[in-house]
Write a new protein. Structure first.
Length: 177
């Protein structure tokens, strides 16, 4: 599958930049990924994005796989490689540099303040990601109710999330979603 190098460079540029602002991991960049691939570029629908997010969550390993799935959807294997490299490369290089500095100043007041300040940022980005995916997946009143119930169950119980996915899959199999 041959793709325009312009699309590959666009994917690389967007995901490399996104990687540097993904505080708390790839899930922190979900709103920006959605904005880029659904709203701005129109490379996929809300439903396709929500499906890719769900698939990335249930596969073993890091959930950054959503980036690879998006790249594959847009530009095949080359797109998958480019988006994965873009999302992981700059962030890994930055983490290597910062980790050395971070360890050197482990007791410095500014380091402790920055670390404490990044916690709410990561939580906020993750919450924004959850909202974007919930809106994309909620296409009927049944799916809205299912989303709210799944969120409430996940919040209140110490239940493995795979059970929530299993129930949702079962509801989809019987045609409720």
């Amino acid at each position: 599958m041959k793709h325009d190098s312009g699309i590959l460079l666009t994917l690389l540029g967007y995901f490399a930049l996104m990687s540097l602002f993904a505080v708390g991991g790839a899930n922190g960049a979900i709103p920006e990924m959605h904005r880029l691939v659904v709203e701005t570029r129109g490379w996929m629908t809300d439903r396709q994005f929500a499906d890719m997010f769900a698939l990335a969550q249930v596969t073993p390993g890091p959930n950054v796989i959503i980036v690879t799935l998006i790249g594959y959807h847009v530009a095949g294997i080359a797109g998958a490689l480019v988006t994965t490299l873009g999302m992981c490369g700059p962030a890994c290089a930055f983490a290597l540099f910062v980790s050395r500095l971070w360890y050197r100043f482990k007791n410095a007041p500014w380091r402790i303040a920055i670390q404490a300040g990044l916690v709410p940022v990561a939580i906020g980005l993750t919450a924004a990601s959850a909202l974007v995916v919930a809106r994309a997946a909620s296409t009927s009143w049944v799916s809205v109710v299912l989303t709210v119930v799944a969120a409430a169950v996940s919040y209140r119980l110490t239940l493995n999330p795979l059970w929530v996915f299993a129930v949702a899959a079962l509801l989809g199999l019987v045609g409720l979603v």
